[in-house]
Design a protein around this ligand. Structure first.
Ligand SMILES: [Zn+2]
Length: 91
């Protein structure tokens, strides 16, 4: 790391992110970026008859998640969720 840099590139997060994305996101609690509702992701309204998946807030209908498969890539947009909280067995 360069002494003038106080950050790492995104690869440095691989270990931590692999722990998070190894768990079932549907059991996580998320907060809607629009109305602030905190609910389990499993309670969202999921629309799968589009090119991918769209999950909407059960209260206000705001888009929480979009997941689109394009060839060998997956686009995951979580901008409709301010944060997710996971139950884990980690210490
Ligand atoms: Zn909402």
């Amino acid at each position: 790391m360069n002494a003038s840099m106080n950050y790492l590139d995104g690869n440095a997060a691989a270990g931590e992110l692999s722990r998070i994305f190894a768990v079932d996101i549907t059991s996580a609690e998320g907060q809607c970026a629009n109305c602030g509702a905190k609910r389990r992701f499993a309670e969202a309204h999921l629309y799968s008859h589009c090119p991918g998946l769209v999950a909407r807030c059960a209260l206000c209908g705001h888009v929480l998640l979009r997941l689109v498969n394009v060839r060998q890539r997956v686009l995951l947009d979580l901008s409709g969720i301010t944060h997710l909280t996971f139950e884990t067995a980690w210490e």
